[in-house]
Design a protein around this ligand. Sequence first.
Ligand SMILES: [Zn+2]
Length: 207
Amino acid sequence: MRTRRQFMLQGLGALAVAAVGARRAGAAVVKRPLGCVDLGALDGCADLVRRAEWDDQPAKTWLLREAGGYNRLTVHHLGQWARVETDRNAVECAVRNVCAGHRARGYGDIGYHFVIDHAGRVWEGRSLAYEGAHVSGANEGNLGVMLMGNFDEQRPVPAQIKVLDALTARLREIFMIKRYRVYGHRDLNATACPGRNLYEHVVELRT
Ligand SMILES: [Zn+2]
């Protein structure tokens, strides 16, 4: 025959199991299946260069954090490339360099989710299944979009702005990101990024 204490312990055990189950169920409900985001949803707003077209090294996923959803978007510039480069091979080389630099810093993969070049191409960066590595202390739920160029020294070309506008609008629509939650990197960290000439456009994008 079980004692009163044994019944209590049994009850507590059942509660603990129920709590774990609830946490699992809650996580499953909250977490969106971002690995399944179909970039085909960007067709028509972006000339997309898929990751497999420019990089054959798999991301070190054990260094990445799974994304739980996105509620903000941050715009960056490269900051080192004050020229207009539209040649696909040259841009590919530059994007690979950015990725290699981020890997060397231990990011496990390129930190941005998308890169926009001067021809208006959009290069697929880090998978949307993972949080980016582009804003110190504020990567959670934060989509990272980088434009090639140095916009303290040059102005973004119309092709970049057109694609930035279209990409931002589509991503806001997909993830239901509020307009005021579109940032320039300088809004979140002490940095000049994305350069004053691009930042003025970011301000227009969110107002
Ligand atoms: Zn930045």
